[in-house]
Design a protein around this ligand. Structure first.
Ligand SMILES: [Zn+2]
Length: 300
């Protein structure tokens, strides 16, 4: 009887024991999960695991109040510049990328810029931005400046109405897709006389040429080493460096960017966006200690 009583007791206890074991196992699992979440795995890896990276990045960008209206300091409105020297000891330079967004090239460049904590200015063309809006959103989410480089990238002479459409249609695409308003403009091919710059000036935009041409849009497509050599030879404080992330694949440019950043840094340069460069230049011009003019104008 004693044995049978024991068996009954075991039977009565068994469901309870299973419950306790289950609670213990679940507790361990929850503890392990929490431990992993809060101590072991880096946030980026977690985001990657959950597949939420894009949403999180865009949300983070907006939460961090990345400026969504790139306006122009008064003394640079309607001005065409190729550089903007900032009086003082610091050496600033602006990296710029034209004709994107473009698959692979833009993404590779963005990865390098993120790793090096460098912000740049992207002169986007309306057509590719419509085709690759996600890459455009990534440019913005990473904290870079979006600027207008027209809808079709035409060099030809244009009527005032066509010139207006080239700039305003692109502005609308930028606004609709990225919720950005930008008053920074670069004429395709640097052509100053085909009607586009006249319209941009009417709108008090900043017309941005460059002081350093990497040469990466030439049909010969210079090697990363050749690009680096050109840029190092031509770089000056307050300079604006022209490169391309779109209008075709620019693998050499993507390959050159890490070295360009490293070598310019070694020469003491700090990287800024074009709006930052103009703000620094304006601020320096307004201080009593500033020496002479702070901007170099091309045209008017
Ligand atoms: Zn271009």
């Amino acid at each position: 009887m004693a044995k049978s009583e024991r068996q009954d007791r075991i039977k009565r206890l068994l469901p309870g024991k299973v419950l306790w074991v289950a609670i213990a196992v679940i507790s361990c699992a929850v503890f392990a999960l929490l431990h992993t979440l809060f101590s072991g795995v880096p946030a980026d890896a977690l985001i990657a695991q959950t597949g939420l990276s894009k949403t999180v990045e865009v949300t983070t960008a907006i939460a961090n109040s990345i400026p969504l209206n790139f306006d122009v300091p008064k003394n640079f409105q309607a001005k065409t510049i190729k550089d903007a020297p900032v009086p003082g000891a610091e050496k600033y330079i602006a990296l710029t990328f034209d004709d994107g967004p473009w698959p692979e090239t833009t993404e590779k460049i963005l990865a390098t810029l993120k790793q090096e904590k460098v912000k740049a200015t992207f002169y986007v063309v309306g057509q590719p931005l419509k085709s690759f809006p996600e890459i455009g959103k990534k440019i913005l989410a990473d904290g870079h400046v979006i600027a207008n480089h027209t809808l079709h990238h035409w060099y030809k002479q244009m009527s005032p109405l066509v010139a207006q459409r080239e700039i305003e249609d692109t502005a609308k695409i930028i606004k609709d897709l990225l919720n950005v308003e930008t008053a920074y403009f670069r004429p395709p091919g640097g052509v100053l006389t085909n009607g586009l710059v006249a319209y941009a000036q009417q709108q008090k935009q900043s017309i941005n040429m460059w002081s350093v041409d990497s040469g990466d849009s030439r049909p010969s497509r210079p090697s990363p080493e050749a690009m680096l050599k050109t840029i190092l030879a031509e770089a000056t404080p307050g300079g604006i460096v022209l490169m391309h992330d779109g209008g075709g694949s620019h693998d050499n440019t993507a390959k050159a960017v890490p070295q360009i950043i490293a070598q310019l840094r070694a020469k003491g340069y700090k990287f800024v966006t074009v709006p930052e460069l103009l703000e620094l230049s304006s601020a320096a011009a307004e201080t009593p200690t500033a020496q002479g003019s702070s901007s170099t104008s091309v045209g008017s």
